[in-house]
Design a protein around this ligand. Structure first.
Ligand code: TYD
Ligand code: MG
Length: 455
């Protein structure tokens, strides 16, 4: 089929049509289609011995190298630092500390090249003040206060930054992308243009996006498809902040970065194993159990709090936004069936102290202990911490890194550690049964017996 030599491209949304139309079928705007040259197809004669593809071994491995951001928590979440030529979106609610974090990263970035901080939100004086406060005065850091895409692209050419931070993507504006600033079209268009520049110059670009409580709003959502990684910066509890990836082309999305907001900006919590614990005088109240979780590559001890009350209207509900509610419902069902403690007529509330979201299966055992303790009104022994996954049949399944979890809990003063008897063998073999240092429990019943001596 012969390709058309011209195309009609919508100035509002970028949609193209082979024929001129009065109204763009994509965005519905009138008189926005403009004639442009279609990408000419390369004819055989033009290649002159060059081929379209190239052998994989001929690709320069330096293209895939990483640069440390100088911020260990961010490096961890990214999977080992920034990948050259990558684009990253960092979302979070207003006031959470996005500008602070990224200004700090501009200063700690391990590069001799230049770094550019573009702000459409604050004045140079405000940025200087924050930089003074967090210690971000660096010779190689340039600041541009503008939301005009053309000026920003001009600065890219002039500065040739190794890293650019755009604060925020919602403020950047180009007349090319329609008349209204801040729309999804604007964000898509501007993100695309800046990302293309970064990729073609092997430069790193970070977009800051404001997100509401309900999650990403339409505009930044559209930008998610363009970037390589999407990070969420969240408030855990008080001055504690958590950073997580929801998309990461260059690493896992399991890692958790933790910070504390203080006088001098965001301090990294490099050993957070005990920061989420609640210190108490005297005995524990019923409904509280300590879980040893393995989030990403490290061990955290967290307090799980459970409350059960009789359901108001016959219809029971699970209120749990830090642990998946379906997991909570499953554990409640296992307790009812295997330990004969009725929970199906109860509303269940689950909280995780410190406010961190837990996704790891090893939290099951502590969740079960907290629920059982809440419903039976029996407090847990204070020295106890637990880890293990529960099957529907009430068996305690092996989990990864149990020995490390045991050690971390003992370091923090726990002496009664409950965990699975078996360890995963890895590589698909049968589970290993070793004599563990911790108290091995094979089932939910065995756990209850070990804790309260009955069932
Ligand atoms: P900011 O980075 O401006 O948030 P965002 O860009 O996500 O909207 O930070 C906002 C809050 O952080 C503000 O309430 C002040 C506080 N803060 C500190 O507590 N310590 C500091 O060193 C800095 C710079 C800010
Ligand atoms: Mg800000």
């Amino acid at each position: 089929m012969k390709r058309p030599s011209t195309l009609y491209r919508c100035a509002n949304c970028g949609h193209s049509e082979p024929k001129w139309l009065g109204r763009c079928p994509e965005c519905g705007q009138w008189n926005t289609l403009k004639e442009t040259a279609a990408n000419p197809r390369v004819s055989k004669g033009e290649i002159k011995g060059e081929s379209y593809s190239l052998p994989i071994v001929a690709i320069d491995p330096a293209l895939g190298t990483r640069i440390s951001s100088g911020n260990a928590e961010l490096n961890r979440v990214l999977g080992g630092g920034f990948m050259r030529g990558s684009a990253i979106l960092v979302g979070g609610e207003p006031g959470i500390g996005k500008s602070t974090l990224l200004l700090q990263v501009c200063a700690t970035m391990e590069t001799k090249g230049r770094v550019l901080y573009v702000s459409g939100e604050e004045s140079p004086a405000q940025i200087r003040m924050r930089a003074d406060r967090v210690g971000a005065l660096k010779e190689n850091l340039e600041v541009l206060c503008s939301s005009d895409l053309d000026r920003i692209m001009g600065a890219f050419e002039a500065v040739k930054p190794v890293l650019t931070v755009v604060d925020s993507i919602q403020t950047v504006y180009s007349p090319e992308a329609g008349v209204v600033p801040g729309t999804a079209n604007q964000i898509k268009y501007c993100t695309q243009e800046m990302t293309e520049w970064a990729k073609s110059h092997d430069s790193i670009i970070v977009f800051i996006a404001h997100v509401t409580k309900e999650g990403l709003i339409a505009g930044p959502k559209a930008a998610e498809h363009i970037v390589d990684a999407v990070l969420a910066f969240e408030q855990a509890e008080g001055d504690l902040r958590a950073l997580r990836a929801s998309k990461n082309r260059f690493g896992s999305t399991e890692e958790l970065g933790l910070y504390r907001m203080g006088e001098k900006g965001l301090a990294e919590l490099s050993d957070p194993s005990g920061v989420l614990l609640v210190r108490r005088e005297g005995d524990l109240p019923p409904g509280v159990a300590v879980a040893i979780v393995h989030e990403g590559s490290r061990i955290l001890l967290v307090e799980i709090q459970a409350l059960t009350v009789s359901a108001k209207a016959g219809l029971t509900r699970v209120y749990s936004d830090r642990i998946d509610a379906s997991r909570v419902a499953r554990i409640a069902a296992v307790i009812e069936k295997q330990a004969g403690l009725k929970l199906s007529d109860r509303d269940i509330y689950i909280n995780v102290a410190g406010g961190v979201r837990l996704t790891e299966p090893g939290v099951d055992l502590a969740l079960a202990a907290a629920l059982f303790s809440a419903r039976s009104d029996n407090p847990m022994p204070k020295a106890c911490a637990l880890a293990g996954e529960l099957s529907l049949a009430g068996e305690v399944r092996p989990i990864r890194q149990m020995a490390r979890r045991d050690k971390a809990a003992r370091t923090l003063g726990f002496s009664l550690i409950l965990g699975p008897a078996e360890q995963p063998s890895g590589k698909g073999g049968a589970p290993k049964v070793t004599a563990p240092d911790w108290t091995a429990v094979s089932s939910l019943k065995a756990m209850i017996h070990a804790l309260w001596g009955r069932v």
